[in-house]
Write a protein that binds this ligand. Structure first.
Ligand SMILES: O=C(O)c1ccc([N+](=O)[O-])cc1C(=O)O
Length: 461
């Protein structure tokens, strides 16, 4: 019966998209028994008999992380790829020193204000390997009562003969290797070899990554919003179908986006994200952009109360420079997945039909709405400057047997057990714009007039 199924059963039920949310404590169980995974589920031996693993992430609680592995796997080699520097690197090293099986790899962050934001697991099993690309930090709080996204790859078998490429039609393996090569770290060589020696021809998503740098010439379109633009202009939707379809951005943090909506949001990022097949540039009308970002009340009334806003670091300093952004905001609503009160730490982007029943593409990623993550064009558009490491996967309909678009729904009964595949949305459509009086959550603004779920006020530290 549905309550004591293995993680492998839950995994199989949510194919072919293999796009899960994390389990959320204290919501009705039906929203956790289908299409939801905990970290223990992902690392469980029902998903494979582990030999070694590698975690790319931003925040690590090593003691907690090791406790999520089955007891038999807690002595296996673990590589942690992080972006810590200085004192916080020293702290991470001392935490890791208690575990002989843990090795650290520091990602270079040579451009100021960049972060190692990517969240990925490489899992090597006795019989193959898996890639997991997700949005959750490796700390208990990120897996407790938030909405997080997790893409879990198929079990990739070892390559039969090393002369085969073992890549998919989406170039998944080559793009993943190109991403890892950008670290230029000898500590990642063993994992590059594991990836090379496995057959990833069954991968049905595109890798969209960002690495810090000033990318020019042939590298310019490898990363950030120009990579998304490249894939969508080569294999994206027909403009005839989607020209009136809105773009939805959904994220948990926002950077400084410039003096007006045209500068970067519409005329740079917007032109990439709205591009269609065979177009040079997209064109995104303001009326066709919905940005789902938690309102003050989304946080206040969440399962975690105001403390849930701790992982939604939009500051009044940044917000006050871009009052023009509020017109695009919609609330976080996820009744279908039972997660309206689970603060969204997930980041997703999509192009959806006006009635919300279809999508031309969908992407889950670590990237928030910021130039640091997606890149900003410089030097007369000859270079794309990116500050942070980011990683996401893009779902296109043709990789799932659909011609132009997926049917989509956030209601589980419409997703599971249907004959034709229905993409499992993390939030309800159509997007619900901010009501009168709603304002975006701002992490550093006190809220002394309205108590939260626990009756407390928000007095930011
Ligand atoms: O959780 C993270 O990895 C993270 C870290 C830093 C920031 N930031 O500086 O805005 C945002 C996030 C986020 O994912 O929202």
């Amino acid at each position: 019966n549905i309550l004591n199924r293995s993680p492998q059963d839950v995994y199989q039920e949510f194919q072919p998209f293999s796009f899960f949310l994390t389990k959320v404590a204290d919501i009705p169980q039906k929203f956790n028994t289908q299409g939801a995974m905990s970290l223990k589920d992902i690392l469980s031996n029902s998903m494979g008999v582990l030999r070694s693993s590698c975690h790319f992430n931003f925040m690590f609680d090593i003691k907690w992380l090791m406790s999520q592995y089955p007891a038999d796997f807690r002595k296996l080699p673990v590589l942690l790829v992080h972006g810590e520097q200085g004192r916080s690197e020293t702290d991470l090293k001392s935490e890791a020193s208690d575990y002989a099986n843990i090795t650290l790899c520091r990602a270079a962050l040579d451009i100021p204000y960049g972060t190692h934001h990517t969240k990925m697991m490489l899992l090597l099993y006795e019989s193959g390997m898996r890639v997991v690309i997700h949005t959750a930090n490796l700390i208990d709080n990120d897996w407790h009562q938030k909405t997080q996204g997790v893409w879990i790859s198929p079990l990739f078998p070892p390559l039969k003969n090393s002369s085969d490429k073992g890549d998919s039609t989406t170039g998944f393996k080559a793009d993943l290797l190109q991403y890892i090569a950008a670290y230029r770290s000898i500590k990642l060589t063993p994992w590059e070899k594991h990836i090379q020696s496995h057959d990833m021809s069954s991968a049905n998503v595109y890798i969209i990554g960002s690495v810090p740098g000033r990318h020019t010439l042939n590298n310019k379109h490898n990363w950030g919003h120009l990579k998304l633009k490249k894939v969508l202009s080569e294999r994206g939707p027909d403009s005839g179908l989607v020209k009136n379809w809105p773009v939805i951005g959904q994220f948990s943090s926002i950077g400084s986006l410039g003096p007006n909506k045209e500068a970067w949001l519409l005329n740079e990022w917007g032109q990439s994200i709205s591009v269609c097949k065979s177009e040079q540039n997209g064109s995104l009308l303001p009326s066709k952009l919905n940005l789902i970002f938690p309102s003050l009340d989304n946080i206040r009334l969440s399962l975690e109360g105001y403390n849930g806003g701790g992982c939604v670091p939009y500051s009044i300093k940044t917000a006050s420079k871009q009052p023009w952004l509020v017109q695009f905001f919609s609330q976080w609503v996820s009744e279908g997945r039972g997660r309206s009160k689970a603060v969204p730490h997930i980041k997703t982007y999509a192009r959806v039909s006006p009635d919300g029943s279809q999508a031309a593409w969908f992407m889950v990623t670590s990237a928030n709405l910021s130039k640091a993550a997606w890149g900003s064009l410089e030097k007369d558009k000859s270079q794309l400057m990116i500050r942070s490491y980011e990683l996401g996967v893009l779902f296109l309909p043709q990789c799932f047997g659909c011609k132009n678009a997926f049917n989509v729904s956030s209601r589980l009964e419409e997703v599971v057990g249907t004959t034709s595949p229905v993409f499992p949305l993390p939030y309800d459509l159509p997007a619900q714009t901010y009501q009168k009086g709603d304002r975006p959550w701002l992490i550093d603004v006190p809220c002394m007039d309205k108590p939260d779920t626990f009756g407390t006020m928000w007095c930011p530290p």
